[in-house]
Write a protein that binds this ligand. Sequence first.
Ligand SMILES: Cc1ncc(COP(=O)(O)O)c(C=O)c1O
Length: 400
Amino acid sequence: MKKRHIAIADLKISKKAKNYVLSVLNNNRLSYGKFTGKFEKEFAKTHNRDFAMVCNSGTSGLQVALHALKEVYGWEDNDEVLVPAVTFIASSNVIIHNNLKPVFVDVEKDYYCVDPKKIEEKITSRTRAIMPVHLFGQSSEMKLILKIAKKHNLKIIEDSCETMFVKYMGKPVGSLGDISVYSTYVAHIMVTGVGGIVTTNDELLATTIKSLMFHGRDNIYLKIEDDDTKNKVRLNSLIERRFQFNHVGYSYRLTEMETALGLAELEKKDQIIKRRIYVGKKLTEALSKYDRFLQLPKVRKNSEHIYMLYPIVLIDDRIEKEDLLLFLEENEVETRLFMPLLSQPIYKKIFGEIEDNYPIAKKLTERGFIIGSHPYLSDQDIKYVQNLFYTFFKNKKLIK
Ligand SMILES: Cc1ncc(COP(=O)(O)O)c(C=O)c1O
């Protein structure tokens, strides 16, 4: 069998995207301009939100989102935020960076998002928020999470860095909590190199977040149109307030070049959604022959999955994960670990040996792994992956 390279992610920058970036360069304007304004407006519309604000990463978006909630609602240091025990480390790092305490909650064995049934037992008098993470391309079980949040008066900050565009019970992912944060880092659904987007419907949170992204400056500019220098009264107040700082903020801005790339991607979102769903479903179809060995991604009822990545969990103890990953890698199928979090050296140092308290997360870390499901995988690529699994199981005498 001739080897094919199956990358975790791939990128093809369209002619339109190149033209948009060129137009930014020709305009000689790199700071917040018309591309950023349009990108934010369109992204907010796509995700049913009043406000969308770009920044230089998903992590910085999460950082300012939590900072804004802490400030607006008067949370204290060491107040608690619930976060899944399986996620990319940035989700919980930002809680620590905000001098808050991450409290881990085990995840669902089928969908890998925070398990709503395990949330309430973790709530204390110090709990202030839940951070569901929409992992790998599908939404968390928001209906139940919203109910719990309402009952206990908790805020919801959705880490939607891995999931955009798809619907959860008819609503765009990330449209249900107080604040949502998306990432456009390479390998994500929509790619701008680096980048993050924060969305909300709450104007006070929006202005605070925007200010925090811009060194804590007075909340004068929320949109490009706010820089209205033709209106004399407005101009007078702008001059006063342009160099006034009300928060201890950060420098988390993005340039017009990234948002030009983002706008081109956003304009072909239907194509991205269609292709990713096709590739994900096709992989499941191809590998379902081996579903006595592999747990493949399951899709929540009434919801969509956009397969940012393709998670697989080994359910037959005779299979050594290391053997399989080595075999796949030797045959040019890139693999990644299943978002190990509590086993990270730094988290062991901070939180101790707590993995045993999270049996599903532990199992996923031990038995799960990830392969690519990007839009540029062809039917032949998928067939190749299927044949490799077949060969592996045959070599191990697990099938005839
Ligand atoms: C779940 C999750 N949260 C947060 C982030 C951080 O995003 P960024 O890399 O843009 O900072 C990522 C990035 O991969 C992620 O997967």
